[in-house]
Design a protein around this ligand. Sequence first.
Ligand code: ZN
Length: 280
Amino acid sequence: MHPPIRIRILASGSQGNAAIVSLRPRDDAPTHLIIDLGLSPRKLCGALAVENIKPHEIAAILITHADADHLHGGWARRWPFENAKVIARNAHHRAIANAGIQPSHMLDADADPHAFSAQIKAFALPHDKSGSTGFRISTDGVAMGWATDLGRMSGDALAFFAGVDALCIESNYDARMQQHSSRPDFLKERIMGGHGHLSNVEAMQAVLHIHGKRALRHIVLLHLSSQCNSQDLVRELWNTHAPELAGDMQVATQTLSLPWLSVGQPRHCNWSESLFAAQY
Ligand SMILES: [Zn+2]
């Protein structure tokens, strides 16, 4: 039986972000969501075809913010999602329209819209000038959270995500690698100054806080920097400081999609039995 929520992260990182969220089917309604359109239409539609998902089965597209790695410019020329609404905070609507997406497709994320059977809540996160958007998607008694491209986790943000079953959160950089990188100081300040990205330690602390309120069943780390981070560093950090959660933690990558993650099923069914990892 289809669990309430299934998540497949297709790509995550500064070269492009996109994920499919599939809801338990009912009737003939569209049952799939997409989070971020950071892949080209060719790549994303190819990935949907591999999953046997038709564009008209997409109920909604959630846009965290309009940076090019989350909204690829190619979507201005090709829009196959005839039934989909684009859910984004008003602060991003103009930039999304400038990228070529019709305003008539857009819904205000702050209005707590529903997409198919899911309730979607949005939370403004600090990131550069226009901010980013955290999402909480709830259906059939389970919930998932999505938090990427944020400079810090405030107490209100932690409260927003408390109680989710699955949390996908950015773990962008290792602080030492960032500080010792050859990047210019202004860029380091932009990333580390509270309006850029979360470090590995900041992400882990946020996860531990949220897990302390109610146990998380699934953790996925997103948007690792290719220059200032590595999976080995992340796993070492978690194995040392959060060993009880390290086994439930997955790390998304730029080039390999993660297997489907099932939210709302017994733990032994969490991950797809298939070890197939498609490259997009
Ligand atoms: Zn990004």
